[in-house]
Ligand binder design. Structure first.
Ligand code: MN
Length: 361
């Protein structure tokens, strides 16, 4: 019988979403409730196994209420066997909640080991320190049972237990459930070994834009048949707008209001780019728009439009630079012309004491 699995990771229970102003406490509660979405999904699909690939908690020793919440969630799905391999945030320590008593359906890997189920083997490797320089990965026994490896680590290269696709291929597993990267990776293959990052269940910041959720489906010795299910209640979104397309701020405001209208429940970052004839007032724009979404951030990366023909006649270093660059631009075409235009902009920004990508929060 193929094993019905749900794979989640990086819930970071207990993390404080402190950058969301008045909505921080609300969002922190929602991030914790991400685990309720996971257990509901397990119940809905009748999961045999829930794989938790590390960073279930944000810190190694979370508070009693967070620990009790997590234990209750797992106790509420007695039909599902829960497997937990600690990550770099919730690595095992003697005072970790992972050393406490949990409900009978929960298995916590306190060392690298293999648990035998009737139709499957679950291999797990926990973090026992914030950094694990290298793990020695197990090799699957190929005897008709499904083989699954649960581990937290960075396949894209990084200081936290770097893994490689070649090393995963070598394990001969039917599925490797990974944690650490907070974005869903897609269902990937190294040879015949299927592997994936589920990503975090509720996104934790503007570096986690887009849909978040879990991976679920079936795994057998014949292979994996898995897909992504969105579970997050809100999404982080990033919208870039060329403010130079607008003549006045009120026009830009109307456009932004229409753009963010579909995202009432989301955390939205607007990035204003371009060469602008007016100077967008960030505070005024925030005041006008911030109640239209759950949370709004505006980054102003516009720069003022200059009258270059006047500027090139100026008897200053800035004037000489502009004249020289304009002559160059006029003599060039194609990509080289584009590059010279960009160089002029960067140069003028530098004269104004302004980087081109300086952010104001
Ligand atoms: Mn994490």
């Amino acid at each position: 019988m193929p094993l019905k699995i749900v794979h989640c990771a990086d819930l970071h229970i207990g993390v404080r979403s402190s950058l969301l102003g008045a909505n921080s406490a609300r969002r922190s509660a929602e991030v914790q409730n991400g685990l309720l979405s996971v257990t509901r999904h397990c119940r809905e699909i009748g999961a045999d196994v829930l794989l938790v690939a590390g960073d279930l908690f944000d810190i190694p020793c979370p508070g009693e209420s967070e620990t009790a919440f997590v234990k209750d969630c797992f106790a509420s799905i007695p039909e599902t066997q829960v497997f937990i391999a600690a990550g770099n945030h919730d690595y095992l320590t003697p005072s970790s909640p992972y050393t406490e008593q949990w409900s009978d359906n929960v298995h916590i890997f306190n060392k690298a080991e293999c648990i035998e189920l009737p139709d499957a083997r679950i291999y797990g490797i926990p973090f026992c320190e914030p950094y694990e320089a290298a793990f020695s990965l197990p090799r699957a026994e190929r005897d008709g049972k499904a083989n699954i490896l649960l581990v937290h680590g960075d396949i894209f290269g990084g200081p936290y237990n770097p893994l490689t696709a070649a090393a995963l291929e070598n394990t001969g597993m039917d599925y490797v459930a990974l944690g650490h990267v907070h974005a869903y990776s897609g269902i990937l293959y190294a040879g015949r070994v299927c592997y994936a990052y589920s990503g975090s269940v509720e996104p934790l910041g503007f570096d986690e834009i887009g849909e978040h959720g879990v991976i679920s489906g079936t795994v057998s010795a014949a292979g994996a048949d898995l897909g992504f299910t969105k579970l997050c209640g809100r999404m982080y979104r990033e919208i870039a707008v060329n403010a130079g397309d607008f003549a006045v701020e009120s026009e830009l405001l109307r456009h932004l209001s229409e753009l963010i209208a579909p995202y009432k429940n989301d955390m939205v970052k607007i990035i204003l780019n371009g060469e602008c004839t007016f100077s967008p007032d960030r505070e005024r724009m925030l005041a006008a728009l911030e109640n239209e979404v759950f949370f709004l951030r505006i980054k102003n990366r516009t720069y003022p439009k200059e009258n270059l023909e006047l500027l090139r006649k100026e008897q200053t270093l800035k004037g000489f630079f502009t004249d020289k660059m304009l002559n160059k631009i006029e003599s060039l075409s194609g990509d080289r012309r584009e590059a010279a235009v960009a160089a002029l902009r960067i140069g003028l920004a530098a004269f104004a004491g302004r980087g081109l990508t300086v952010d104001e929060d």
